[in-house]
Design a protein around this ligand. Structure first.
Ligand code: NAD
Length: 263
C-alpha cells in the first residue's frame, strides 16, 4: 500500500526517544520531512542525525519544553517557513508521575494539565489553522489506554488525558469540513524509558523487582507481552497517511488487547 506520505511535512513532538522517536522514524521511512522537538538537546540532535542517516529525509530539530506556548508557536512558525507547510502534527509529551490521589499536590495537577492537556492545545492552536487553509491535515494526539480504562496509581494520567480525548473529538467536528482529520492514539504498556521508570517506581513501592512488574503487565494483556514502540508507531503512521482519509474523531488503543471494554 502506498501511504502517500512522501514529502508531507510532519511535526512530531517529544520525539528524542520512545514513542515519539518511533513515530518520527516511521514517517521518515515513508518519505515525510520532519520537524522534531524534545527537552534534551543532545538526545534530540542524536535522534535527528540517526533518522537523517537512515532515511535521507530533511529534519529540523529544536530543544524546548512543550508546556511553553511561545516556544511551540515559534517552532511551528519555523517549520512552516522552512518547509512551506505543516501537514501532520503528532502532539506528544512526557507522562505525569505515578501517585495515589492522597500523595498528589495541587502543583502536580497543574504540571500534569500543562504537560498533557495544554501542550496539546498549544499544538492544535498553532497547526490546525495552517492545515485548514490548505484543506488537508492530520492532527494526532498521543495519550494512553488510561482514557479508556483507568490504571491504578496513575490518577494524574487517568484524569488529565480524558480531557485530551474530549478535545480531540470536538476538534474533529470543527475541522472535519476542511478535510483535517483529528484522532487520538492510546498506547498500552510499551517498551520505552517511561515504562522502565514506572516499573522501577512500582517495584520499589512493592519490594519486588522491576522485571517482576513488567511480567505482571505482560500477563494482563491477551497478547501476553509488552508492546514495541514500532508497533505503536505503525498505527500513527497510517492515521497520518492519505489512506486514513475517512477516519476522524476516534480514540484507538494499541495495547495488545489490555482494555477490557467494548470500545
Ligand atoms: P519517554 O519518557 O520514553 O519519552 C518521552 C519524550 O518526551 C522524550 O523525548 C522527552 O524528551 C520528551 N519530553 C518529555 N517532557 C517534555 C516536555 N515537557 N517538553 C518537550 N519534550 C518532552 O516516554 P514514552 O514512553 O515515549 O511516552 C510518550 C507518551 O506516551 C507519554 O505521555 C507517556 O506517558 C505516554 N504513554 C506511554 C506508555 C508506555 O508504556 N510507554 C503507555 C501509555 C502512555
Amino acid at each position: 500500500m502506498d501511504l502517500g506520505l512522501k514529502d508531507r511535512v510532519a511535526l512530531v513532538a517529544a520525539s528524542s526517544q520512545g514513542l515519539g522517536k518511533a513515530v518520527a522514524l516511521g514517517l521518515a521511512r515513508e518519505g515525510a520531512k520532519l520537524a522534531l522537538c524534545a527537552r534534551s538537546e543532545a538526545a534530540l540532535t542524536a535522534t535527528a542525525a540517526e533518522i537523517r542517516a537512515e532515511t535521507g529525509v530533511q529534519v529540523i530539530a529544536r530543544a524546548f519544553d512543550v508546556t511553553v506556548h511561545a516556544d511551540v508557536r515559534a517552532f511551528v512558525a519555523e517549520t512552516q517557513a522552512a518547509f512551506g507547510a505543516v501537514d501532520i502534527c503528532v502532539a506528544n509529551a512526557g507522562g505525569p508521575p505515578s501517585k495515589s490521589f492522597a500523595d498528589t499536590t495541587i502543583e502536580d495537577w497543574e504540571r500534569a494539565t500543562d504537560l498533557n492537556l495544554m501542550s496539546t492545545v498549544y499544538f492544535a492552536k498553532e497547526t490546525l489553522p495552517l492545515m485548514q487553509a490548505r484543506r488537508w491535515g492530520r492532527f494526532i494526539a498521543i495519550t494512553s489506554m488510561t482514557v479508556k480504562q483507568p490504571v491504578e496509581g496513575l490518577i494524574l494520567s487517568n484524569a488529565v488525558r480524558s480531557g485530551v480525548s474530549g478535545l480531540v473529538k470536538t476538534l474533529s467536528n470543527e475541522y472535519g469540513p476542511y478535510n483535517v482529520l483529528v484522532n487520538n492514539v492510546c498506547p498500552g504498556y510499551t517498551a520505552t524509558a517511561r515504562l522502565l521508570s514506572l516499573a522501577a517506581t512500582l517495584a520499589q513501592k512493592e519490594g519486588v523487582t522491576p522485571a517482576g512488574i513488567e511480567d505482571r503487565w505482560a500477563r494482563q494483556a491477551p497478547l501476553r507481552r509488552i508492546g514495541q514502540p514500532e508497533e505503536f508507531a505503525n498505527l500513527v503512521v497510517f492515521l497520518a497517511s492519505e489512506r486514513a482519509s475517512y477516519i476522524t474523531g476516534v480514540s484507538i488503543q494499541v495495547d495488545g488487547g489490555m482494555v477490557k471494554g467494548l470500545y
